[in-house]
Ligand binder design. Sequence first.
Ligand code: PLP
Length: 387
Amino acid sequence: MKKVYLDYAATTPADPQVIAAMEPYFFEKFGNASSLHAYGQEAKKALEDSREALAEFINAKPEEIVFTSGGTESDNSALLGAAYALEKKGNHIITSAIEHHAISEPAKFLEKKGFKLTYLPVDKDGLVACEDLKKALTDKTILVSVMHANNEIGTIQPIAQLAKIAREKGIYFHTDAVQTLGHIPADVEQLNVDLLSLSAHKFYGPKGVGALYIRKGTRLETFMRGGDQERGKRASTHNVSGIVGLAKAVQLCRKNMESEAKFQSALRDRLIKEIPARIPEVKLNGHPEIRLPNNVNFSIKYIEGESMLLSLDMLGIACSTGSACTSSSLEPSHVLLAIGLDHATAHGSLRITMGRWTTEADIDYLLEKLPGVAQKLRAMSPLYEKK
Ligand code: PLP
């Protein structure tokens, strides 16, 4: 059976060049980067070269990079770290209604601990408004966290404008760039952020490794205490092979990002045009233009996303409904509710995300199979019968 992977936002395959770069660090060059002997120094050199490569890619200084175990840890460290470092200054944090759970769950935790949280609304396309941020700021606000692009609907936020509003008042600004790094430019100076999270498995690197950019002078409380790795900011023996893989993935994205974005956005726009032409009563979710080059999200009315996923899976097509982390729950996605969809429409969402190995033929196959799946499921849908 033909197999078509269209779930790159959940995770990407590691590039074979990434795996080749990592391999020596499991056996020949297995040293602990904190050891003083030659084995350790060899690992340390690889670690610091990787840090430089990542720093250069996001226009940061190497000492502003802290390697972590991935996006979730970076997001938690930014939110909890800033909250506890600045609690004497204020207890108010602003975020958006459509953040990934890696932000919204620590935000809920902080609420339980007595912090005040404001969740900025988004418009029907998923955009946060600068005016809403201005109105939400108080003299107790210590941090604003708004994601660079949304993992479900792909909408890209006006981070530079939002960050300017916060930073002019001396308030830290964090962005979760897990879905953007390696796909569109994420330059910390242009974005004007104090903190930025990223994760290697979203840009053809290995799973379980990521980084947090911390602008020089930004105060964060550490919650991984132990050894003095990462200048005391994040204890634990370095995942040298993973970090080398992350850096190799960065190097490949630096080379390929522009051409890949161009190719993928052409496929995206083809789907945005052809799905509604082939299937009646569908709705594009997310901004029609200001969206990730590889993301398409449609609600196919009167159908449940889960049934659609399973039917497509039987045809060898892997997509997603909402984010991978929530697809096991039956609650409709908080992102789709936040852009104003009713529960039934939110339940019928299909996310198609493309990547380095997506071909025109993959999209042809999806476009050939999806209308039949929708028709079959609608024929069985009580919602469709009632309309
Ligand atoms: N933030 C966003 C926007 C994501 O899409 C994800 C993963 O899906 C994460 C954070 C969590 O990253 P990780 O899987 O590396 O922990």
